[in-house]
Design a protein around this ligand. Structure first.
Ligand code: 13P
Length: 251
């Protein structure tokens, strides 16, 4: 049985003091959670959020990590910086980074490998655009992204990777994939993991859905056999709504 996993991607929202207060409120509401709960604030907010959730069952993730250990990479964060700060997870290859910041399947793979070797658990994002779905090539796109993200990653390491299926057309649009659509693609991702690593490992890998998941649709999405949790944007900034999603994952 895979433990459900609920992560909030706060994107470029909340100042450090606002983020610390939001994390505190979420940790109070998540006391009875039976799933993993993670919040991913902007980098500058990480220390305050770590203090807020200290001693609770909420863990902290970053929104990106660089693939070099250290050096002249102005503006970047290394895995060692993040683990030393108390960060456990890192989102990699979010579609917004692919779209606006030149992230490619190759850099996603490099970052994923660096995260794993540096002691962070990667949340690797993949998903098709609206055009790719309309052209009927979504399966191909998702299969390719999943395979390339996992290049040169061993089965042992792969078991700790979390994959988030986030169809680009569902992010921030209020348009959610239907539970059947989301489950179908998550199932395809699991079968790709089976081809790469065998069924035992594929059964251990947690696959999340992301894209306009909210308090009203979470229960149905989370009830699907191949959906092991959610990566939540907008609704993760509202403590009451995020708590409802955590509750839906705790049944
Ligand atoms: P929304 O939940 O706001 O659609 O964002 C999803 C997302 O991008 C999470 O990473």
């Amino acid at each position: 049985m895979r433990k459900k996993f609920i992560a909030g991607n706060w994107k470029m929202n909340k100042t450090p003091s606002e983020a610390a207060a939001l994390a505190l409120e979420i940790s109070e509401k998540a006391l009875d959670a039976k799933c993993d709960v993670v919040v991913c604030p902007a980098a500058v907010c990480i220390p305050g959020v770590i203090s807020s959730v200290d001693g609770t069952n909420v863990e902290v993730g970053a929104q990106n990590v660089h693939f070099k250990e250290n050096g002249a990479y102005t503006g970047e964060l290394s895995a060692a910086m993040l683990t030393d700060a108390g960060v456990k997870y890192v989102i990699i290859g979010h579609s917004e980074r692919r779209q606006y910041f030149g992230e490619t399947d190759e850099t996603v793979n490099l970052r994923t490998r660096t995260a794993l070797s540096g002691g962070l658990l990667p949340i690797v994002c993949i998903g098709e655009s609206l055009g790719e779905r309309e052209d009927g090539i979504m399966y191909e796109v998702v299969r390719r992204q999943a395979k390339l993200a996992m290049m040169n990653i061993s089965a042992d390491e792969a078991a700790g990777v979390i994959i988030a299926y986030e169809p680009v057309w569902a992010i921030g649009t209020g348009k959610t994939a239907t539970a059947e659509q989301a489950d179908e693609v998550c199932g395809i991702i699991r079968s790709v993991m089976g081809e790469l690593y065998g069924d035992d490992t594929a059964e251990k890998i947690r696959i999340l859905y992301g894209g306009s998941m909210n308090a009203s649709n979470a229960a149905e999405l989370l009830a699907q056999p191949n959906i092991d949790g959610g990566l939540i944007g907008g609704a993760s900034l509202k403590p009451g709504d995020f708590a409802e999603i955590i509750k839906a994952a705790s049944v």
